[in-house]
Design a protein around this ligand. Structure first.
Ligand code: 6PG
Length: 246
């Protein structure tokens, strides 16, 4: 089955619609449960979305004290490094909204090694979600790499095949920085809601391939929540209208 794709005219409209989707999920979840667990994507695409969460009207609609923020992946750099996903999210919105410091759970890039950091993050997840069960995020936001990677799960690397670990260290990633940390596919696929963002002509070919229902070779194609929703947000540059769509 082809996943749901919401196509916007441009990156700004994509960001607006995606941010509204995030806000609607937060409100719906918190009407029934005490807290909302969110795993953020890295990369450039989510920046416009994140910035909208820090501005009216959405900023005031989100009960930030009940939102817990995690990351789907991280680069093995300090938080102040320009390549840090944590640093990018703090600049874009986390530093501008009243989310309690204790609710923000970054990968521990100060740990002795990426492997130690992955183990430590699993302990963080276990403390939050409870022992003995797989983490079930309320929402995971993901990007799409031109090679079909998502988070830091790259084609041809061991990460996508990981079935037991919740977080993994990545060495020699094809997209620099080469050393990274990532949540694994079983965690991503245990989420209640997953939303992908794909913007720009550079994603045109990979997005067309990823959306083919007959293939699941690429890591991004293997994100299929077992008991959750999956929605793609794309702009026309990434998903040009086909004659049949017109
Ligand atoms: C990362 C991301 C990665 C990203 C894609 C798309 O840390 O690099 O998590 O999976 O989402 O590579 O990146 P852009 O949004 O910059 O195109």
């Amino acid at each position: 089955m082809r996943p749901r794709v919401r196509v916007s005219r441009n990156s700004q409209e994509l960001a607006r619609r995606a941010a509204e989707h995030v806000c609607a999920l937060v409100q719906k979840t918190l009407s029934a449960r005490p807290r909302f667990s969110l795993a953020l994507s890295g990369g450039q695409t989510p920046r416009l979305l994140y910035e909208r969460l820090a501005r009216p009207p959405l900023r005031g609609r989100i009960p930030w004290s009940r939102v817990h923020v995690f990351w789907g992946d991280e680069r093995w750099v300090p938080p102040r490094h320009p390549d840090s996903n944590q640093g990018a999210a703090r600049r874009a919105f986390l530093g501008k909204v009243p989310v309690p410091r204790a609710n923000v759970h970054p990968f521990p890039v100060h740990a002795g090694s990426p492997a130690a950091a992955a183990r430590s993050y699993e302990r963080t997840l276990r403390r939050f979600f409870g022992p003995g069960r797989w983490p079930r995020f309320d929402l995971v936001i993901l990007g799409l790499g031109e090679d079909g990677h998502t988070a830091s799960l790259f084609p041809g690397s061991p990460g996508p095949a990981e079935k037991t670990r919740w977080a993994a260290a990545v060495d020699n990633a094809p997209k620099p920085p080469r050393r990274r940390l990532t949540l694994t596919l079983p965690v991503l696929n245990n989420a209640r809601h997953v939303m992908f963002l794909a913007s720009g002509a550079s994603k045109k070919h990979v997005l067309r391939r990823v959306l083919r229902p007959t293939e699941n070779a690429l890591p991004a194609q293997r994100v299929r929540p077992r008991n959750g929703s999956l929605v793609w947000f794309a702009d026309r540059a990434a998903l040009p209208a086909r004659r049949s769509d017109r």
